[in-house]
Design a binder for this molecule. Structure first.
Ligand code: FO1
Length: 324
């Protein structure tokens, strides 16, 4: 089976890890191929290095090197370089880059500087993490540099700050008026992205942030049309339970775009291509115009790999049910 997932950072990575676990432990599914289309709107250039947080979170989580407690960054991390940068007063200091993590950014920046595309660089990083051997293909949504910025109030005026500054430095506490994704309108889907959507047997939307992760991938010209046109059933997993995000600040992001933070409202954002929407039992009353809404038979919490595998298995059963 060919499965394509549209993913953001921590939530998306954990979901894909659980999906892969379910496939690997289910005899007639073990040779299924998983393609992940990753959000690159979080990308930021720091200290002259290109940092791709969602791609790296997927690499580390699927490759077994992630700091499990944080959900992002490397396990067994050091902060020696960070300490030196602080000693020099190098800015910014609000975004923590560990020693091992910097290895990724240096390699990526060197190869990008040699003219390799983000897709080529990502494939090379993925090989080190053993993703091809696990039947996982990791694609950036586009090779065009894009960056999500957040327009925030500034007295009686407004100013734009990088998404990471809003998310990390301000913990999304500054009221956001809107999101502006620099470069998105002229971005092209990276090689393989549209085919991965059109030729999939199933397309899954993990419980990633619907505004700044999945929403950004959907904004790459051509992606939404491919999702509308694919013969594959498209099944999503709600990132909210009783109106609250399981982690992160999806509720602040939804309010910024004037959308109620609820499982039903998030499903409504995908209404034009969604076939089924898996929600927590607390949100079983959610209804969507076209997509079938089903409650998971337990808390919709990716508490560990096995629990996530059960959620992924339910999403795959839903895909079969709606395409029957
Ligand atoms: N998140 C934080 O809350 N604080 C950080 O200092 C931080 C550093 C960081 C470095 C590399 C990386 O790949 C991710 C990092 N993140 C940090 C998480 C990041 O902001 C989020 O994972 C995504 O950008 C949003 O999903």
């Amino acid at each position: 089976m060919r499965i394509t997932a549209i993913a953001g950072g921590v939530g998306g990575a954990r979901f894909v890890r659980g999906l892969r676990h379910h496939l690997d432990t289910t005899p007639d599914l073990a040779d299924s191929e998983v393609t992940v289309v990753a959000n690159t709107g979080d990308d930021i250039t720091l200290f002259g290095l290109r940092v791709c947080p969602d791609v790296d979170t997927l690499l580390y989580t699927l490759g077994g090197g992630v700091d499990e407690g944080q959900g992002w960054g490397r396990a067994d991390e050091g902060v020696r370089v960070q300490e030196e940068l602080a000693a020099y007063g190098a800015q910014p200091q609000w975004f923590r880059l560990g020693d091992r993590d910097l290895g990724t950014h240096i390699a990526r920046s060197q190869w990008l500087g040699q003219g390799q595309s983000l897709s080529q660089v990502t494939a090379r990083l993925a090989r080190r993490w053993g993703l091809p051997g696990r039947r996982i293909t990791l694609l950036p949504m586009t090779d065009t540099p894009v960056e999500t910025h957040v327009v925030v109030e500034d007295g009686d005026d407004e100013r734009a700050i990088h998404f990471q500054e809003w998310w990390v430095r301000h913990q999304a506490a500054l009221p956001a008026r809107r999101f502006v994704v620099a470069g998105l309108e002229r971005a092209h889907p990276a090689p393989g992205v549209l085919d991965a959507i059109r030729q999939a047997d199933v397309v899954l939307l993990p419980p990633s942030n619907p505004v700044v992760s999945i929403g950004i991938v959907l904004g790459v010209p051509g992606v939404r049309d491919a999702l509308r046109g694919t013969a594959a059933p498209v099944v999503g997993v709600s990132p909210l339970i009783s109106g609250r995000p399981v982690r992160g600040h999806a509720d602040a992001c939804l309010r910024a775009i004037g959308v109620e933070p609820s499982a039903q409202a998030v499903g409504g954002l995908y209404e034009d291509f969604l076939d089924a929407w898996l929600v927590d039992p607390a949100d079983a009353g959610a209804t969507l115009r076209r997509a079938r809404v089903e409650a998971f038979d337990g808390p919709l919490l990716m508490s560990d790999v096995e629990a996530t595998g059960r959620i992924a298995a339910h999403a795959l059963r839903l895909a079969t049910a709606v395409s029957a």
